[in-house]
Ligand binder design. Structure first.
Ligand code: F6R
Length: 609
């Protein structure tokens, strides 16, 4: 959410900053701006309400300077206007700041500064910091680092910041408290970014800052310390991703690319984990041995949005395969209800990015109360992965599209493995364990089979693309799949979609059914198949169009459209049924000409409340 880029070195900063912003644009895309070192001690600023492409048009091509910072924004304080776009400067125009996150006490700090005569040029919380840094320098701070430290002292909230002082362009200062920041180490040049996506083109050596850490960066290297000035001596690590992971290749957009990558992503998630001999799995990263696993009396999944729905699917699998009570809760609610934290509950923090603030806060609440929490995270080295210490790495690879697809699938696959493991140290039989291992192994090939039928799904999506409301109907195991299907559709097409339990329709929502209200009904071949048929009959009787997603044969003439998926196993079929729903949402939104990878009002990685 919001992207930061910075550069200091022997090259021109502007093209590098623009290119870095383009890589990070998925983190926020309502405005963009940059500041590069200029003459007469003032950084030169360009910023626009709009996309990075608009900024590129606005930047003077003759702009030179080897030090710069840049930002792509997702508005929190103040509308998306040129004035509210970052970087922000102090009234003297000497200090430029870009900021991710929210300064929670910005209003009181602003009131205080205004009372002292300060005048503000924007409505943002960030501008407050520029005033504080300039004041600290004026008051005789010995260095920019010192001034930033002093300025941050009264500030409350979450931030990742980068600061450029026009009078000392041979260094940049960055600090992190709650919003990711990483340094890229080059040869006589250094990069700064909120995400390795902006670095990997230039270097594979990265330094991930921790919360409460600050760094001073110059072309020769960096120096890290805590906010209260204790050196931390951070060493670079090699990032495991490469430039190609961030390129579209033959695909029109990242969502389509990431849907297509699912067979490989699932294969990676399974690799080295399936244990045929004992009909179970090995999940060493969780740090849980058989005794630990047996001592677990409850499992709770915590995540936001699609990660929460994947947690619901995981909870169903844990109850079904391991017979342990399990549920999922939105991580955003958890800390606010003073949760009862039990020592024999296994808490699982679910997150693609590993940076979602609400999920991180739930982990911190659990750590504070002594709960046992592991992460199910895609972002290696992310804040949630580090706060959990142990967990299940999702191995989905970088996910750029705002709408999550391959990461959600890998969450579900990982939870199926965890459920199997928990089941096999209890009463799940060898035969059933073997059946699930085989089912897991079949998933990549079966997903490929679904992808091969894309054109048929696209045709169905085009047929219903004039609908303004849709139901996604599923029950028990398929309920989380229905929720995720509705989420994907609304997120990228802006069409209202609502998930409903099949049997609940007749208790109210059936009143909405008419010929303009299609229902996507998930009807796998399981013990509830006949009940799903009844629900479809009720919809049909009221003239509602039905798009059935199934792995079996349906009564002739019952549905308007059938999307077929292969049969896996009753427990894992919901994972397969979700793949056509991704393609359905994708083609529905494409027909409406939506900006698939950057849906309005949204951003990837929600690092604010
Ligand atoms: C939906 C989507 C969001 C995320 C949610 C959690 O497609 O992308 O609902 O699932 O914001 O994000 P992570 O998984 O990064 O914690």
């Amino acid at each position: 959410m919001c992207g930061i880029v910075g550069y200091i070195g022997f090259r021109e900063a502007t093209p590098l900053l623009l290119e870095g912003l383009r890589r990070l644009e998925y983190r926020g895309y309502d405005s963009a701006g940059l500041a590069v070192s200029g003459r007469r001690g003032k950084p030169r600023i360009a910023k626009v309400a709009g996309r990075v492409a608009d900024l590129r048009d606005a930047v003077d091509p003759a702009r030179t300077g080897g030090t710069g910072i840049a930002h792509t924004r997702w508005a929190t304080h103040g509308e998306a206007t040129d004035a509210n776009a970052h970087p922000h400067t102090d009234p003297g125009g000497r200090i430029a700041v870009v900021h991710n996150g929210i300064f929670e006490n910005a209003e009181s700090l602003r009131a205080q500064l205004t009372a002292e005569g300060a005048v503000f040029a924007s409505e943002t919380d960030t501008e407050v910091l520029t005033h504080l840094i300039a004041a600290a320098l004026e008051a005789g701070a010995s260095s920019l680092e010192d001034a930033v430290r002093t300025a941050l002292r009264p500030v409350e909230g979450a931030y990742g910041i980068a600061v450029l002082d026009g009078q000392r362009p041979d260094e940049l200062v960055v600090a992190r408290q709650g919003s990711p920041l990483v340094l890229g180490v080059g040869e006589k040049e250094m990069f700064i970014a909120s995400d390795v996506a902006a670095l990997v083109r230039h270097t594979q050596r990265a330094v991930f800052l921790d919360d409460g850490e600050l760094a001073t960066v110059n072309a020769e290297g960096y120096r890290t310390s805590t906010l209260d000035a204790r050196p931390t001596d951070k060493q670079p690590v090699t990032v495991g991703v490469v430039e190609e992971d961030y390129q579209l290749g033959e695909f029109p957009d990242f969502m389509r690319k990431e849907i297509a990558e699912q067979p490989d992503a699932v294969t990676r998630a399974l690799r080295g984990r399936l244990d045929e001999r004992f009909a179970t799995v090995r999940l060493d990263g969780t740090g849980l041995d058989a005794r630990d696993l047996r001592s677990i009396r409850r499992v709770k999944f915590l995540g936001c949005g699609s990660a929460y729905y994947a947690g619901e699917l995981g909870a169903n699998l844990v109850e079904e395969l391991a017979r342990i009570p399990a549920d999922a809760e939105p991580a955003s609610e958890f800390r606010y209800r003073n949760p009862v934290v039990e020592s024999d509950t296994l808490y699982i923090a679910v997150s693609q990015s590993g940076e979602t603030l609400d999920t991180l806060a739930a982990v911190e609440e659990l750590n504070r109360k002594g709960g046992r929490v592991i992460g199910a995270v895609n972002g290696v080295g992310s804040a949630i992965a580090r706060a959990c210490g142990a967990g299940l790495l999702l191995h989905a690879g970088p996910e750029i599209s705002v709408a999550s697809t391959k990461a959600v699938t890998n969450m579900s696959v990982s939870f199926a493995m965890l459920a199997l493991l928990l089941g096999r140290v209890r009463d799940l039989s060898t035969a059933n364990g073997q059946r699930i291992v085989t089912a897991l192994r079949s998933l990549p090939g079966q997903i490929e089979e679904i992808l091969r039928a894309e054109e048929q799904i696209a045709e169905a999506a085009r047929r219903y693309a004039d609908a303004r409301n849709m139901f996604f109907i599923g029950r028990t195991r398929c309920w989380p799949t229905a929720r995720e299907g509705a989420q994907k559709l609304k997120e990228i097409s802006y069409v209202h979609a609502e998930a409903y339990h099949a049997a609940e329709l007749k208790h109210g929502p059936l009143a909405l059914i008419d010929e303009s209200m299609p229902s996507v009904v998930l009807a796998p071949d399981d013990e509830l198949f006949a009940k799903n048929i009844s629900a479809m009959e009720q919809i049909k009787a009221r003239g509602g169009p039905i798009i059935a997603v199934t792995n079996t044969t349906l009564p002739h003439g019952l549905t308007d459209t059938v999307i077929r998926v292969p049969h896996n196993s009753p427990e894992l079929d919901p994972i397969l049924l979700s793949v056509p729903l991704q393609l359905f949402a994708y083609h529905f939104a494409s027909t409406l000409d939506r900006d698939i990878d950057k849906p309005r009002n949204l951003a990837k990685s929600v690092t604010v409340e």
